[in-house]
Ligand binder design. Sequence first.
Ligand code: NAP
Length: 247
Amino acid sequence: MNKTAIVTGGSRGLGKAMVKKLASMGYNVVVNFVSDRSREGTLELINDIEKEYNVKGLAIQGDVSDYDTCKRLIDETVKVFGSKIDVLVNNAGIDNNKSFLKITPEEYTKLVNVNLMSYLHMTHVALPYMVEHKDGNIINIASIGGMMGVAEQADYCAAKSGVIGFTRGLAVEFGPRNIRVNCIAPGMIWTDMLRQADQNAVAALKTAIPLGEIGEVNDIADCMEYLINAKYVTGQTISPNGGILMP
Ligand code: NAP
């Protein structure tokens, strides 16, 4: 029997790379996405991993900032793959890139709901199954913005710092039940999120990266693979960032 992994925001960018990596590791993968425009691509992704890696995929559309949607996602997962959820990757995220003087409460509330509250919701509904099976691996995707200040990203920094704190609290509480919880805090990685940012600012930041390059999605997928296999590592935040931040 294959193991089961869930990736929120698995349709594009980092999430998609992690879905492929999990499939290559032999996991059946639940791929969550939210927008109608990503439906076709997600179904193609599932088709590809099923053919290439002989695993099963399951696409579940839904906004993970909504608790009932997270519950439905887990219920469907359990119905299709059984109650052992081996890996949960909380990855769904958005950014606003706006001055805190210009941003509206609706905009920053939405960001915190997607980038932080969804991680709590998904974990809240998945964790009982991990506790039942005395086994589980949770990987939360934060950002260097959770460890340093970034202009016009105060809401994003707040949510990502929250993700790091959430990771640590969970790791302490659930370590004794054989559930490991870790965090990846990427630097700048080429995805739609970065492509939509101000390219002058991206170019300027690039000059500050000691390794001289913006990262690739597989740099994060490789890190996830390491964390899944690293049996003595929990509560940690690993930051593949080309050296731009050395906390
Ligand atoms: P991306 O290419 O923009 O992809 C975002 C993913 O999140 C998509 O799959 C999207 O689904 C999904 N999503 C957005 N809102 C959602 C919601 N409410 N419910 C469910 N899914 C939702 O972004 P990315 O760069 O891969 O970012 C992935 C994670 O890495 C985020 O948490 C981000 O903050 C973090 N990160 C990225 C970078 C970077 O440089 N790229 C750096 C640090 C941290 P749809 O396809 O349906 O829209």
